[in-house]
Design a protein around this ligand. Structure first.
Ligand SMILES: *Cc1c(COP(=O)(O)O)cnc(C)c1O
Length: 392
């Protein structure tokens, strides 16, 4: 059988066996509704509260500050609409960036349709937000600042603590989407100084369809949904007990192995990056000079259509993705790569490799063996490449 290597951990991760084991009882005998008074319910409630403690511990938060959601997308939406809709005043303004995940970007666009002014801050060619730009964007009517911690396409890590200080001085709630950093980098709500923080279980070896929003004590928001009094009136609906237990176990695992994994993955990522740069001409590593998550590299393979390269590599057993979020098959170049200044054809020629727990040096070496030939083959089909004057 062909070797299959998964280098797309920023899209999703496999459920860790320990996570699956922890979840199983809650899919069978421990099926109670966590709101029920009897022992079935009490067992489920105890499991949910243990998971809450585990997520809180990963973030350096108090358990009461953790609200479980259906994932990263809902956590982002709850933070953004929750804060903006709770804020008074006829005129409202929100500050965010051009490189946010669509969960934040499209929520902010929906706010604009509701009459809220939104500033989408630019980023440097390395994908970093300048905290001074945040300061300059402040208005008397600013009600929320939301800037992601680590970018899903580039892995670049924003100066969150600095931006948080600016937000705190101005008395404005500050949210960060930490879906790509939780479990990869130390994420501590006190040292970051954030008021709200989103994470998602399936990006850290937990199940899909569950996540959490950290809401600092004293920060008030309006719920997105109306129903029962679950999650301290912030997120109604019968708790997804197996999913929440899975998230709790995934958070515990992440906390245990984070520092060791960060070093190991950075070494693998660097080996992959260096190896490709040595073997293939006309490459550019995007965001390379910025602090990055240890598992991510985004590379422009000039003269190639990224989609074609993803498909060709998949046929060789290497799963990665384009920077472009084009699930619909549209050829819109990635908004992130566009924001760092890549022209459309370079953005479309870019691939993201995101490594994870099961990857080994042998996986990287296999990829280094197959990628150069595939790239050269596809480049031979490109008229622009043939016209290159440089000797190869
Ligand atoms: C995956 C992701 C999300 C969405 O999380 P889901 O749990 O898939 O809804 C949000 N933000 C970032 C940065 C992500 O990578």
């Amino acid at each position: 059988m062909m070797r299959r290597i998964y280098f797309d951990h920023n899209a999703t991760t496999p459920v860790d066996p320990a996570v699956r084991e922890a979840m199983l009882p809650y899919l069978s005998e421990v099926f109670g509704n966590a709101s029920s008074i009897h022992s079935f319910g009490q067992q489920a409630r105890a499991a949910v509260e243990r998971a809450r403690q585990s997520v809180a511990a990963l973030l350096g938060a108090r358990p009461a500050e953790i609200v479980f959601t259906s994932g990263g997308t809902e956590a982002d939406n709850l933070a953004i609409f929750g804060i903006v809709h709770a804020a008074g005043g006829a005129r409202k303004h929100v500050i965010t960036t051009q490189i946010e995940h669509h969960a934040v970007l499209n929520a902010c666009q929906a706010l604009q349709e509701q009459g809220v002014a939104v500033t989408f801050l630019p980023v440097s060619s390395d994908g970093l937000v300048d905290p001074d730009d945040v300061r300059r964007a402040l208005r008397p009517e600013t009600v929320l600042i939301t800037v992601m911690h680590a970018n899903n396409e580039l892995g670049t890590v924003q100066p969150i603590a600095e931006i948080a200080r600016i937000a705190a001085e101005a008395g404005i709630p500050f949210h960060t989407d930490a879906v790509q950093s939780a479990g990869k980098l130390p994420v501590d709500v006190e040292s970051l100084g954030v008021d709200l923080l989103s994470l998602s279980a399936h990006k850290l070896y937990g199940p899909k369809g569950v996540g959490a929003l950290y809401i600092r004590r004293g920060v008030h928001l309006r719920p997105l949904l109306y129903g029962g009094h679950h999650e301290r009136d912030r997120r109604p609906g019968t708790e997804n007990v197996p999913g929440i237990v899975g998230l709790g176990q995934a958070a515990a695992l992440a906390r245990q192995r984070l520092s060791e994994e960060a070093v190991r993955l950075a070494a693998l990522r660097d080996r992959l990056e260096r190896g490709l740069l040595e073997r293939i001409p006309h490459l550019r590593v995007n965001g390379a000079r910025a602090p990055r998550t240890p598992n991510t590299t985004n590379i422009t393979f000039s003269f190639i259509e990224g989609e074609a390269l993803v498909i060709a590599l998949d046929l060789k057993g290497v799963a990665c993705s384009t920077g472009a979020a084009c699930s619909s098959g549209a050829v819109e170049p990635s908004h992130v790569l566009t924001a760092i200044g890549l022209p459309p054809e370079e953005a479309r020629a870019s691939l993201r490799f995101s490594l994870g727990h099961a990857n080994t040096e042998a996986d990287v070496d296999y990829a280094l063996n197959v990628i150069p030939d595939v790239v050269e083959h596809l480049r031979q089909l490109s008229p622009q490449y043939k016209r290159q004057p440089v000797a190869r």
